[in-house]
Design a protein around this ligand. Structure first.
Ligand SMILES: C[S@@+](CC[C@H](N)C(=O)[O-])C[C@H]1O[C@@H](n2cnc3c(N)ncnc32)[C@H](O)[C@@H]1O
Length: 298
């Protein structure tokens, strides 16, 4: 069996068992490539066809290679854990992050609007201080520090366990001099004013939590659930945000598919939406001034 045939076989097994993707890949075709490449120690952007055609070791795989890939496939199917938890690695905008069950698998669309330059376009300047509220495994904090090499970043999260994972990523990317991580309920431990607050909060409504595929149930509840309508966290922090932003500052908030609920909760807040590969209604931004006007006007 060659490499390509093995990948197709793995995809067939994943399809047959109806695993759910969405934790780094959007379909079983991509997940099968990721699984096989990772297990065989190949770079994730390898060309399976070229290797299967030109490289003797991948033209005809050893039993040992096939066996080890099938074992991982079986573990993925039986455990229903996201592949990232099994490989302890998740990629975001081409940057690798350490991950384990202490934190949600990073997949925030804020990474895309950050690395594409959309956030800097909105700001119009390089921020001095950034807050990653609900930092989880620290990926958005690390990406901010890598994107803006002169910026200092803080990452807050209520979960001490998630912050342990974030700490690993801060060290992994050698940005510990510019990133501070702190345990915090909402904005409680925020210090001073920030030019930018990025926040991918928990926002999954109760009914949706009950219907989540098994893979999502392997992630910390705290990272997903936020009360009956999914808005408990946002309700708690949004009216306070402008107190933590500089006058030129902005909030960038991810809300998944919950924009209609948010709009119902705060009608007439003048959100601007940022385009992502999954649509233009999942990542929103608002200036400090707009937040102040809204929440301080009687
Ligand atoms: C959707 S995850 C986002 C994690 C990370 N920013 C990412 O994009 O992968 C939400 C995070 O919010 C944290 N969280 C939940 N409630 C919180 C609260 N009251 N205060 C601070 N963080 C909270 C969870 O622990 C979780 O890490």
């Amino acid at each position: 069996m060659n490499l390509l045939a093995l990948i197709e076989h793995v995809q067939g097994l994943l399809d047959q068992s109806q695993v759910h993707t969405g934790h780094g890949t959007l379909n079983t075709h991509d997940e099968a490539h990721w699984l096989v490449f990772w297990r065989l120690g190949l770079p994730l952007d390898s060309d399976a066809l070229a290797l299967s055609t030109n490289e003797p070791v991948y033209q005809s795989l050893s039993d040992e290679h096939i066996q080890t890939v099938l074992e991982l496939t079986n573990e993925r199917i039986q455990s229903r854990k996201p592949l990232a938890y099994l490989t302890q690695e998740a990629w975001l905008q081409g940057v690798p992050f350490y991950i384990d069950e202490r934190a949600i698998v990073p997949r925030s669309l804020i990474a895309e609007v950050l690395c594409s330059g959309s956030i800097e376009f909105v700001l119009g300047f390089e921020p001095d201080r950034v807050l990653d509220l609900c930092t989880g495994n620290g990926s958005l904090a690390v990406l901010s520090a890598l994107y803006w090499p002169n910026t200092s970043v803080e990452g807050l999260d209520i979960s001490a366990a998630a912050l342990e994972v974030a700490h690993i990523n801060v060290l992994k990317h050698d940005v510990s001099e510019r990133i501070a991580l702190r345990e915090s309920d909402g904005l409680d431990a925020a210090q001073g004013l920030y030019d930018l607050i990025v926040c991918n909060p928990p926002y999954v409504p109760l009914q949706s939590m009950k219907a989540l595929p098994l893979e999502y149930q392997k992630e910390p509840d705290l990272a997903l659930a936020s009360g009956t309508d999914g808005m408990d966290f946002i309700r708690h922090v949004l009216p306070l945000m402008h107190h933590h932003l500089t006058p030129r500052g902005h909030l960038v908030l991810e809300v998944g598919h919950e924009l209609p609920t948010l709009v119902k909760l705060y009608p007439q807040l003048p959100w601007m939406t940022l385009d992502t590969q999954l649509g233009d209604d999942q990542v929103l931004t608002l200036s400090a001034q707009a937040l102040k006007d809204y929440f301080e006007t009687p």
